[in-house]
Write a protein that binds this ligand. Structure first.
Ligand code: FES
Length: 79
């Protein structure tokens, strides 16, 4: 399944990246281009990375767009 359509990144690419030691969404952006264009893939890419690392589901998150940057970032909602 494609995770990042803009850069043709699949779950397999993210799994391979995790196997090669990547643990952060930022690293996926730097190496695969995930979130570097429209940013709509941020939440899914983050979850795929966590799954690949064997971590539990991410907490309830919201994808936010910063005013000075068109890229997206993840923020955890206060509960
Ligand atoms: S879908 Fe990943 S940057 Fe657009």
């Amino acid at each position: 399944m494609y995770v990042c359509v803009c850069n043709a990144v699949t779950e397999s690419h993210i799994l391979e990246a995790a196997r090669n030691g990547m643990t952060r969404l930022r690293q996926l952006r730097e190496t695969l281009g995930v979130t570097a264009e429209c940013g709509r893939c941020a939440k899914c890419a983050h979850q795929c990375l966590r799954d690949a690392l064997g971590l539990s589901a991410i907490p309830d998150t919201t994808v936010l767009r910063t005013q000075s940057d068109t890229r997206f970032s993840l923020a955890t909602e206060a509960t």
